[in-house]
Write a protein that binds this ligand. Structure first.
Ligand SMILES: Nc1nc2c(ncn2[C@@H]2O[C@H](COP(=O)(O)OP(=O)(O)OP(=O)(O)O)[C@@H](O)[C@H]2O)c(=O)[nH]1
Ligand SMILES: [Mg+2]
Length: 225
């Protein structure tokens, strides 16, 4: 099975090189960093460390992820990971293996189940994740503990989901539509730490948190109808 790792990145020049170099050799067939109009040399840093770079000038986490998916049609499995050094690339096999063994259709890396219990997730984000996953359980019957930005999914399933949320609703939409499609959703524990460099776009800022929180909740309700 061919696999593709997509790393959305917006101004992550201080972290992206280390993230790409820490991906175990041969673990995935392609590593694509999607540069969302960074102004700090993220694309160059990613290229220097050996990643392919896809440019997506249109701002938005979902637009970036989707551009990565569209940039290749030769993958069976698509994985996603943040570019800020919060996740440990050597743990990628945890999200890939259940798919490769045919035991899952979507695998979510849960920070809550990880060794540190997601301590590095900021308190308001942890509350938001708890609320969203509780709503997901009652609305879609899916039992998960985190929104899991580090994840992997079968590409054919992802395309069938007809993704529409092109900002911060993207990860939530993938989960609720996969649940509605009766896909096999599996959670695995993953480590999580504070970003290694650069500035937060989402949970570390008030504006990012409010935008993401609103979009995540709106998405959670939208597809329940
Ligand atoms: N391409 C793209 N990537 C984004 C955008 N917003 C965030 N990202 C990336 O998505 C990942 C998660 O964003 P972060 O800013 O780390 O959000 P967070 O993890 O909630 O906040 P931190 O506490 O700072 O880690 C990082 O790799 C970002 O570079 C965006 O609009 N476009
Ligand atoms: Mg982060």
């Amino acid at each position: 099975m061919r696999s593709l790792l997509i790393i959305p990145a917006l101004n992550e020049a201080g972290a992206i090189g280390g993230v790409v170099r820490a991906i175990p050799i041969g673990l995935v067939d392609r590593v694509v960093v999607v540069d969302n109009g960074s102004t700090d040399g993220t694309a160059e840093a990613a290229r220097l460390s050996g990643a392919e770079v896809v440019a997506q000038p249109r701002r938005g986490y979902g637009y970036a992820c989707y551009a990565g998916v569209q940039a290749t049609d030769d993958a069976d499995i698509v994985a996603f990971m943040d570019g800020d050094g919060s996740f440990d690339p050597t743990e990628l096999p945890r999200v890939l293996t259940p798919l490769r063994q045919g035991q899952a259709d979507l695998v979510l890396g849960s920070r809550t189940l990880g060794a540190q219990g997601g301590q590095a997730v900021l308190p308001h984000a942890r509350f938001g994740n708890w609320l969203t996953t509780a709503l997901m359980q009652s609305l879609y019957g899916v039992r998960v503990t985190d929104l899991g930005p580090m994840r992997a999914i079968r590409r054919d399933l992802l395309l069938r989901l007809d993704m529409r949320e092109m900002m911060y609703g993207w990860p939530t939409e993938m989960m609720v539509k996969a649940a509605r499609a009766q896909a096999r959703i599996v959670e695995v524990p993953v480590s999580y730490r504070a970003r290694v460099a650069g500035e937060s776009k989402v949970s570390g800022t008030l504006r990012g948190s409010l935008r993401a929180g609103y979009q995540i909740l709106r998405t959670t309700f939208r597809y329940a109808l």
